[in-house]
Structure formats: C-alpha cells, structure tokens
Design a protein around this ligand. Structure first.
Ligand SMILES: [Zn+2]
Ligand SMILES: [Zn+2]
Length: 321
C-alpha cells in the first residue's frame, strides 16, 4: 500500500518535468487563470456535501482564487439550517474569493428537471421575463440577506439560458455572465467569461496523470490564443475524489506546475476581476487594431455541453477560428 502511495507522486513529478520542459520551449506571454467551482452545494448523491474550505485553502496556498457558483436557495434549505454553509461562504468572500450566483434552485419550474432553470430546454419553452426576473432577483435577495453579499456574476444552471436571461441580468445590474459560449460583451452591459474544461469531476488514481498532462497541455494552448483559462470544477464537494483527497492533490499539483512554469506571468483572478481586465483590454485593442478587424481570430467558441449535469460523460462542441 505504502509503495503505491509513494510511486504516484514520483510518476507525476516525472510527467510534470517533461510537460514543463515542453511548456518552456514556446511560452511567452502571461496567463490569467480563473477557477470556477459550480453547484455549491448539491445534495443529489449518496455522499453528503463536504466543507468548501479545504479546496479553497488548496487554491489560496498557491495564490489562486475560487469563484464559487452558489445556488442561493441552498442557504435557506433545512439541510443547511446550521448556518455552516453561510459561514464558509462569507469566510471565502472575505478572503477575496468570489461568490457567483448560480440560478436560484437549479430546478426547472416547467418540467421539474434539475439540469436547467432559466429556460426549459426539455420542452423548448422560454420562461417569461417576469418569471426569470423573479427567480434571479429572489436569489440576489437571499444572498444579500443571508450573506451580506451582492453577486456580480451569474452562471446559468446547465449553461441553459436565452436572450431574456441576459436582459434580466442587465436590468438587475449584473456586469458579468459565465457561460459555455464566447468571451466578450454580449449586448451593451454584460461581459461573458466562458469556461474551458473540467478535469476533476471523475478523477481517480487511474486517470490522475493523464488528466494532469492533458490539462497542462490545454492550458498552454488556450493561453496562446486567448491569454485566459477558466478551469471548471463541477460539483466537487459530493465526489469520491474530494472525499479521498485526490481532487485536492491534483489541484495542488496543477497549480504548482503552472506556478513553476509561469512564475510572475500567471495572474489568478475571480470571474468578475477577469471580466474587468479583459473588457478594458478588448476596448483598447479595438481602437488600436481596427485595421485588423475581421482577420484576426478572437477566441474559441465553446458550445453548451450536453447532457449537463453529466454522468459519466458529456460532449462539448467547439469552433476554432
Ligand atoms: Zn424544464
Ligand atoms: Zn450547475
């Protein structure tokens, strides 16, 4: 047992060395890195949700920040009546992590399914402006009442939303949305900071090294194109990998290797901080490079994954410019 435990760190240190050599060969610019953690706290599995603090500490000890996608309704459910969730969220917020609003309850009021909320993708039926406004503003109110926090970013449950969702968010004063779409301004006032990939959802000792290698490789590639990478962690607190420590170990190893390679060129930000940085950068670039408009690739378009939530696989379509 002990031998196996010792062998794995050795193996991935070796893998990391190879990856880092490769990374150093052609990397030049900086990386803005966001960790988006969705579904705090789901209760649909056999494992009870665990504290968010160990993950937050793993990130913070490497200089990284968490953006937690919270379903506000969790705060007023009896399962969280002990106030522990609210306490952890407030602590998190006070340490500079972001608490993002993830719908209200993550359940569709038309079909009752739990993988969408703002638009019924099952019946292809839109919720009215009034219905969506009610859901989102109730979530804001719960967060303000229970946490004293007014969210500045919104993550649509299941990445399912429509134009009405964006209008409602803009009307409620949200500056940022995070989807599976394209980075940039959508409409006049919302800035979209979309996710990249998820590597920790079904993490095991068997796929640990491969996932780490793939993640580093993808981060490197995306960094060259966009300068920003948004790592998604889907529902980690009710996963076996969180329970047995693999997820924390993996996140630590990923961040250590990124820090070793990028050094001062990696900047850890929350969703809202990243939006602010890229929004001003984009507007500067627009005036500077008007002549190049239309000829330069502006980013990767990710399409919403399906199904979401997924078990055990999901498909994410994408366009490359
Ligand atoms: Zn539905
Ligand atoms: Zn979700």
């Amino acid at each position: 047992m002990k031998k196996i435990v010792l062998l794995y760190p050795l193996l991935y240190v070796l893998t990391l060395c190879i990856n880092l050599q490769e990374l150093k060969a052609n990397q030049s610019d900086s990386l803005l890195f966001v960790v988006r953690i969705d579904d705090i706290l789901s209760r649909n599995m056999s494992i009870l949700p665990r504290s968010i603090l160990p993950l937050q500490d793993t990130l913070a000890s490497r200089g990284a920040k968490a953006t937690c996608g919270l379903m506000p309704h969790r705060l007023i459910e009896t399962a969280n009546a002990d106030g522990q969730l609210a306490k952890e969220i407030i602590l998190s917020h006070n340490k500079g992590h972001e608490i993002s609003q993830h719908g209200l309850i993550h359940i569709c009021q038309i079909c009752g399914r739990s993988n969408h909320e703002m638009y019924c993708s099952y019946n292809k039926r839109a919720l009215s402006y009034e219905q969506q406004e009610q859901l989102i503003s109730k979530g804001v109110q719960i967060m303000e009442d229970s946490l004293g926090i007014k969210p500045t970013s919104f993550i649509p449950p299941g990445h399912v939303y429509d134009a009405t969702t964006k209008t409602v968010l803009a009307d409620l004063g949200f500056p940022v949305i995070s989807t599976a779409g394209t980075m940039g301004r959508s409409g006049d006032s919302l800035f979209d900071v979309p996710i990249n990939s998820e590597y920790t959802w079904a993490l095991t000792r068997q796929n640990y090294s491969a996932n780490l290698t793939n993640a580093i490789q993808e981060i490197k590639q995306v960094q060259h194109i966009t300068g920003i990478y948004v790592l998604m962690m889907h529902d980690p607190f009710i996963r076996l990998g969180y329970e047995n420590g693999i997820t924390l170990e993996w996140m630590g190893a990923l961040l250590d290797s990124l820090n070793t390679y990028y050094g001062s060129r990696i900047h850890y930000k929350t969703l809202t901080e990243a939006a602010k940085i890229f929004d001003s950068e984009l507007s500067t670039n627009n005036t500077k490079e008007t002549s190049n408009a239309g000829t330069q690739p502006t980013g990767i378009s990710l399409l919403p994954n399906y199904p979401n939530p997924f078990n055990p696989t999901t498909k994410i379509g994408f366009y490359l410019p």
